[in-house]
Design a protein. Structure first.
Length: 415
């Protein structure tokens, strides 16, 4: 059941032609409200993450503690997201999202108060990081379960593309805003502003009506329902394909983007300027990829073709990695790779969203989150070790060839 304000008449036409002009996801009132929620909550998230990482360094002057802080914000997603996926199949995703966004705002306010009272320490910081990680594990399944309830099936791929743009723009602007706040105000005020962003994100969400719990909500023990969701995903051809394509994308393109510091150091001069250029190019590619998909329309077959084309493009872009030697050409490759991997990830999510039954949506999309985030995590470890043994270019070329083989095998099995 979607919001009652949506126009259910907007369906794809027969024969692959639309009976009326294509429309944007912004034509849906519920999505317009959610867009403002997404903008504010993403900015609050990236400001908070930057502030915690910066604080870890300021308190300890230790890269190890910075790494531990980052891990605490990430690891709960892998462990807890599938369990929260079960919960998101039992409750209204709008109510769940209000809880997660409100909780993030509360943590930001708690950080600001602890700094003012002189309580802020590495122990406090680690607890806050763990809290953010746990809330994020709940937030992603709720967010992914809510989006298809706000838009028509026809505009869902475009809506996912728009949210990808918001996420990637916030990933650039959030740390920049946090750095400005630290330079011109104080750490406590910066955390307070992040808390205010989360509070403001709740207001448009409160105006969204008609989003109830799924009619066929999951029942029984959580672990049993989680197992049922995994069996459902494994047995569903389209969903299984979407998850596998997401994994290939994470192990290839997203992994290379996670290793940009090593790429800069081994192929270029390793300077801060080079890394900044490559990071900016990756951010620009992600934003362009999201914009290209913002008005995407089409069914499951069209999305599958686009995903496979983007994976093929990612592999071909990386094959000449051994000959990259200038900052300009490397930046172009990184930008193209980021564009293609963003489109692959966005389309794979849309494919899973279109294929899944409502009663399993939260559990399936929580698995998608684990694949999307776990792929780069594992890939970075493996490719980083391979780069130290063989060199960065042979490691990337090997991964690109393996991705070509995997994409071809998945395409043959899906045909």
């Amino acid at each position: 059941m979607r919001s009652t304000s949506n126009d259910n008449s907007k369906q794809p036409g027969d024969g692959g032609r639309d009976p009326q002009p294509r429309v944007s996801a912004f034509s849906e009132p519920g999505f317009r409200r959610y867009f403002f929620t997404s903008c504010q909550s993403n900015m609050g998230t990236w400001i908070s993450r930057f502030l915690l990482g910066w604080s870890a360094w300021e308190l300890t002057q230790s890269a190890l503690w910075v790494g531990i802080t980052s891990a605490l914000m990430l690891l709960p997603t892998f462990v807890l997201s599938p369990l929260f996926g079960v919960i998101s199949d039992r409750v209204s995703p709008r109510s769940g999202l209000l809880c997660t966004i409100g909780s993030q705002g509360l943590l930001g306010a708690l950080a600001a108060v602890s700094i003012l009272l002189g309580w802020f320490s590495i122990e406090w910081l680690l607890l806050l990081a763990l809290g953010i990680g746990a809330i994020s594990a709940a937030h992603h399944p709720m967010r992914l379960a809510l989006l298809p309830r706000l838009v028509s099936r026809e505009t869902l791929p475009g809506a996912i593309g728009i949210t990808a743009v918001v996420f990637n723009v916030s990933r650039i602007l959030g740390p920049a805003a946090a750095g400005w706040l630290l330079a011109h105000t104080s750490l406590s005020l910066a955390f307070a502003i992040a808390a205010c962003l989360f509070a403001g994100a709740c207001l448009p969400l409160l105006a969204i009506r008609g989003i109830e719990a799924p009619e066929h909500r999951s029942q029984g023990a959580m672990l049993a329902q989680l197992a049922a969701g995994m069996r459902y995903a494994r047995a569903h051809d389209t969903i299984r394909l979407a998850l596998l394509l997401t994994l290939v994308n994470g192990l290839l393109g997203r992994t290379v983007l996670e290793l940009l510091p090593a790429l800069s150091g081994k192929l270029l001069d390793g300077s801060a300027t080079s890394l900044a250029v490559l990071t900016g190019s990756a951010g620009a590619g992600s934003v362009i990829g999201g914009l290209l998909l913002a008005r995407q329309h089409g069914g499951e077959e069209a999305l599958q073709r686009l995903i496979k084309a983007c994976l093929l493009g990612s592999s071909l872009v990386l094959l000449p990695a051994a000959w990259l030697s200038s900052l300009a050409t490397t930046a172009i490759v990184v930008g193209a790779l980021s564009l293609l991997t963003t489109m692959t990830g966005t389309c794979s999510q849309a494919l899973a969203q279109l294929a899944v039954d409502e009663g399993f949506r939260g559990r399936v999309l929580s698995l998608w989150t684990v694949f999307a985030m776990g792929g780069p995590a594992v890939g970075s470890l493996v490719m980083g070790a391979a780069a130290d043994l063989w060199g960065i270019a042979p490691a990337i070329i090997t991964a690109a060839l393996m991705a070509l083989v995997a994409t071809a095998a998945l395409s043959r099995n899906a045909s």
